[in-house]
Write a protein that binds this ligand. Structure first.
Ligand code: ARG
Length: 325
């Protein structure tokens, strides 16, 4: 059944994950290629090394959700690179697609001192083609009970230790727990700096966390009942990296869903009630809707997968038929 449910409106699926038997970020491990098919690397080509500065998440074939603070003092943004479908940033195979930024939309009320509204959208110059390595993440609406979700994961090409200037070539991933904002705001922790538009995730004892360079990247959690993932947070800030009582702070995507839809042009400004019928794709729970590759939120890959499946099935039936004497 879940196979048939994945069609034009598909998001949050990990086509490669079934081939991994386990499943940095600080305290993480190398992710297998294709593990997090919605993560992108935002790069400034004239910086040393790979030029990676932030992560981001693909939420439609032409839009990436990331953090506003990645663009403080940014220049020549139209010349930056968005690398999609990569695992190692040093050895990029044919599955990688590179795009430029057509438009940068940072939140109009982003505050770089408080990190309030640390969210931004990037429109790509060309849509990406979805594949085994490239998929969209699902953006939750207000009805999803995010705090009840688990397991949750962070991923990124950021520093593997606080203060380190070295960046890993291979995407790092780690399992984290969502921590109640009240706990995160206690006096020995963040003492009130965490807003209700934030999520707090990591470990009370520290050790596993996002770090510099992971910003803008995804905090995802598996759906309670089905095998797909929700983009619940955008990596925003933290004191140090991996310190006890100082977990990572993420912008809660659920709180910015209307802002995202308006700026992607999927909903007229001011309208905040039920989503229009045309707002498909990553903004609804995956449900069986007819395939339509022209829809803005669609990622028509699973349909190809279904075609592949039936071709294989046909082949199998042929073999069985031929073996019958
Ligand atoms: N602001 C950082 C960046 O620009 C991300 C910090 C996340 N820190 C943390 N301790 N979780 O990459």
């Amino acid at each position: 059944m879940p196979v048939l449910m994945s069609d034009a409106g598909t998001c949050g699926v990990r086509p490669m994950a079934s081939q991994h038997n386990t499943m940095r970020v600080v305290g993480g491990t190398d992710a297998q290629p294709g593990s997090w098919p919605w993560i992108v690397s935002i790069q400034v080509p004239w910086r040393r090394g790979t030029g990676h500065i932030c992560g981001g998440t693909l939420i439609s074939p032409q839009w990436v959700l990331t953090a506003a603070h990645c663009f403080i003092n940014a220049t020549y943004v139209e010349m930056w690179r968005i690398v999609v479908g990569a695992s190692s940033l040093l050895q990029m195979g044919p599955e990688v697609q590179v795009r430029n930024i057509k438009r940068l939309v940072t939140h109009e009320h982003y505050n770089n001192r408080s990190q309030r509204n640390d969210i931004a959208l990037l429109e790509l110059d060309q849509p990406v083609q979805c594949s085994y390595y490239i998929q969209l993440a699902c953006v939750p609406d207000g009805s999803l009970r995010v705090s009840e979700l688990s397991p949750c994961y962070i991923s990124g090409w950021g520093a593997m230790e606080e203060g380190s200037k070295i960046r890993p070539a291979i995407l790092q991933e780690a399992l984290v727990h969502l921590i109640d904002n009240h706990i995160c705001n206690s006096s020995q922790w963040y003492a009130g700096a965490v807003r209700n538009t934030n999520l707090c995730a990591g470990y009370q004892q520290g050790g596993i966390d996002t770090c510099q360079g992971d910003s803008g990247g995804p905090l995802v959690c598996k759906d309670r009942t089905a095998d797909y993932y929700w983009l619940v947070g955008v990596t925003s800030w933290g004191t140090g990296c991996g310190r006890a009582h100082q977990p990572g702070i993420y912008t809660s995507t659920q709180h910015y869903r209307d802002w995202i839809l308006v700026h992607m042009g999927l909903r007229p400004a001011g309208q905040t009630s039920a989503p229009p019928v045309s707002a498909s794709g990553p903004f609804q729970k995956p449900r069986p809707i007819p395939a339509d590759a022209s829809r803005p939120g669609s990622c028509p890959f699973p349909r190809n997968k279904l075609v592949d499946f039936f071709a294989l099935l046909q082949e199998l039936l042929q073999v069985i038929k031929e073996s019958e004497v």
